[in-house]
Design a protein around this ligand. Structure first.
Ligand code: F6P
Length: 321
């Protein structure tokens, strides 16, 4: 391997820049050339390449988003799109790729490897933490801290007005942002797709829970089968005396300065990804499990977790209300 290409793809996440910096500097450390590909697979198809140097990644470790920009590519889902992308990277003499992204990114990478035998190694870059083979994805820690900051503020209003707030958080079809941030804010209930909500039970808890508690916060994952809007309506009907509000946090969760945890994770995984390529590995995501670098084939990394961590669920059961 002489030249590696690096790109970010799918939803941006805080810490992607720290990952780019780590990949570029590790590659240079091992005397490789590095080319940045902008806008993920879209840019690869369109031939958007920029040479990367130590300097081009200076002063980015603290920045949210991704300097390489990102996109969700429909064209790369087609064989023709992937062929064009391959021709473009060959023109640049790129012989291996590091892909920073999530499920869609790794699905695309798998097809690319199968068809053109190009080595690709992945880094888990998504706020959702929904990949198998890493305890945490790059961006998750920052996102849950953004959520708890926002909900702490909402709690001030909830407390002052004796209100019940339903807060919907991101996670596509995963409840991991909801579960951990919900514990962090001391939510009265957490609704996630991994565990079916028993509505009667929830209503009972809201009714019989601590009577002296004036504010109530319910965290709902966007992928939950009920969803924020619907649960808000159900609660309003069932408890007309509660002053109920719905707040959907949205893309605030994707932005901002990465936390120290995310910067260190991204730095560590970036080094591991380049070293994995140099060791002849491909088709794998590099993650951290129990604080050790761990390699997971893309096809396993993208499998869905159908159950939430029982240790976290136990905390919710014992400590909420
Ligand atoms: O995967 C990250 C994520 O923020 C999900 O939590 C959310 O469902 C989705 O991306 C939103 O995507 P978009 O920004 O394309 O609307």
């Amino acid at each position: 391997i002489k030249t590696i290409g690096v790109f970010t793809s799918g939803g941006d996440s805080p810490g992607m820049n720290a990952a780019i910096r780590s990949i570029v500097r590790t590659a240079l450390y091992y005397n490789l050339n590095v080319v940045g590909i902008t806008r993920g697979y879209e840019g690869m198809i369109a031939g958007e390449f920029i040479p990367m140097s130590r300097k081009s990644v200076a002063n980015i470790i603290q920045r949210g988003g991704t300097i390489l920009k990102t996109a969700r590519s429909e064209a790369f889902k087609t064989e023709e799109g992937r062929r064009t992308a391959y021709e473009q990277i060959k023109k640049q003499n790129i012989d291996a790729l590091v892909a920073i992204g999530g499920e869609g990114t790794f699905t695309g990478a798998n097809a690319f490897i199968r068809e053109f035998n190009i080595p690709v190694v992945g880094l888990p870059g998504t706020i959702d933490n929904d990949l198998i083979g890493t305890d945490f994805t790059i961006g998750y820690d920052t996102a849950i801290n953004t959520v708890i900051d926002a909900v702490d503020k909402i709690r001030d209003t909830a407390e002052s007005h004796d209100r019940l707030f339903i807060v919907e958080v991101m996670g596509r079809d995963s409840g991991l942002i909801a579960l951990r941030s919900g514990i962090g804010v001391g939510a009265e209930a957490i609704l996630i797709p991994e565990s079916k909500t028993n509505i009667d039970e929830l209503f009972k808890r809201l009714e019989e829970g601590r009577k002296d508690k004036s504010s109530k916060i319910i965290i709902v994952a966007e992928g939950d089968e009920i969803g924020g809007l619907e649960i808000a309506q159900m609660i309003k009907e069932r408890f007309p005396k509660y002053d109920t509000r719905l707040s959907i946090l949205g893309h605030i969760q994707r932005g901002g300065k990465p936390s120290c945890m995310d910067r260190v994770l991204a730095s560590r995984l970036g080094i591991a990804a380049v070293e994995a390529l140099l060791n002849g590995r491909k088709g794998i995501m590099v993650g951290l499990v129990n604080n050790n670098v761990h390699y997971t084939p893309f096809y396993n990394a993208i499998k869905h977790l159908s159950e939430a961590d029982p240790n976290l669920l136990k905390i919710v059961n014992i400590l909420s209300l």
